[in-house]
Design a protein around this ligand. Structure first.
Ligand code: SAM
Length: 353
């Protein structure tokens, strides 16, 4: 048995490795010539995922509620210093309309994502969550609204939100400082994740693959971080540059490395809900199918009105109207069927919650 197979065996058995071992796997498997090794990884990840979820792919309806943001992350198209972004904020009724359309299409999970918009106060978010919960009591509500204080997270939870996505962005505080201005702190972001867990949310962390200054060692630290946090969801996708940000000239993250990370995360966290993200679909026309075949089991079609989608430009050429949108659901179902998977419409909670 080769060294890499031994490492994969142990990861599959013990669900943990040393950081240097994760790094070795990331390096070995990301080499272009390691196609055979990657096939082995994806086959193992597929078996693990199938043992928990069968051939099911869960759908989440994404609503991009606001692109106003008080933060200035160097990579992000909706950072506050981007004077070219056309800002918007959806009101409760507009968001509810998206949910109604989504519900009609079969969505039973709604994800409200947005910048850290000062106008989305605790009262506004709480009222929104309560209204959606009242109108769609059989649906799960996921929030992805950035860093808040623990009391705020608790209020949203009490109002009916049960899941929260907050990518840790990088497990290395030193790398974090190269991606964010001094006003933002890695420690606070990680504290938020801990608070969310303690409150009882199903929590999603995650990072971009191929972000500026990222090394294989950083990705290994990300895996170690996930091993410790034991998140219920992980959102990863390639970094894609945006023309109005300080990182406009950096190359984007690669498909291969993103797929390798999806496969490794599935082995590490067998039950994790793992999306094949929009960013993955943006860098490769078959990115989402490839993501599923590498170990992912969730897709998040966009329920935002088309005009909003164009304004929520985190990176250049973001997908908007194809099978990744809610209207393209039939196409998405067909695509998943063509690779042997079945889109299902139940809430898809983390097993055991
Ligand atoms: N404000 C919330 C937060 O901070 O979690 C949610 C919105 S934020 C725009 C959602 C995610 O988009 C971030 O966690 C980041 O990883 C991703 N993102 C931002 N800019 C990106 C880029 N240029 N390429 C790929 N992903 C990007």
């Amino acid at each position: 048995m080769s060294r890499f197979e031994k490492l994969l065996d142990r990861l599959g058995r013990e669900r943990r490795l040393a950081t240097e071992e994760y790094e070795e796997l990331v390096r070995t498997l990301s080499r272009e010539e390691a196609a055979g090794e990657r096939e082995e990884l994806f086959a193992r990840a597929g078996r693990v995922r199938e043992a928990v979820y069968g051939k099911k792919v869960y759908i989440r309806g994404l609503v991009e509620v606001s692109n106003v943001c008080r933060n200035d992350c160097y990579y992000c198209g909706i950072r506050k210093s981007n004077g070219h972004a056309v800002r918007y904020r959806m009101d409760q009724e507009e968001i509810l309309e998206c949910c109604r359309e989504g519900y009609r299409l079969g969505f039973r999970t709604f994800v409200f994502q947005g910048g850290e918009d000062p106008a989305m106060t605790d009262e506004v978010v709480e009222a929104l969550v309560a209204a959606v919960h009242r109108e769609f009591p059989d649906c799960a509500i996921t929030l992805s609204l950035g860093e808040k204080e623990r009391e705020s997270y608790q209020r949203f939870f009490d109002a009916g939100a049960s899941r929260y996505l907050l990518r840790h962005e990088t497990a290395s505080p030193e790398h974090y400082r190269r991606l964010h201005p001094p006003s933002m702190s890695w420690e606070h972001r990680v504290q938020c994740l801990r608070d969310l867990k303690e409150i009882g949310y199903q929590v999603g962390c995650g990072c971009m693959i191929g972000s500026p200054f990222q090394t294989a060692e950083h990705l290994a630290e990300d895996l170690k971080f996930m091993e410790r946090l034991q998140p219920e969801m992980v959102g990863i996708g390639p970094f894609i540059s945006q023309k109005d940000t300080p990182f406009r000239d950096f190359p984007g993250g690669g498909l291969t490395q993103t797929l390798v990370m999806l496969g490794l995360i599935r082995l590490l966290l067998p039950r994790v809900l793992l999306p094949a993200t929009t960013a993955l679909g943006t860098i490769d026309p078959e990115g989402r199918q490839k993501g599923i075949l590498a170990g992912a089991n969730v897709v998040m079609p966009n329920l935002s009105p088309p005009v909003r989608r164009k304004q929520y430009m985190l990176y250049d050429n973001k997908l908007g109207t194809g099978e990744e949108s809610a209207e393209g659901l039939a196409l998405l179902k067909a695509q998943m069927q063509s690779i042997g998977y079945q889109v299902v419409t139940d809430r898809g909670d983390y097993p055991g919650t």
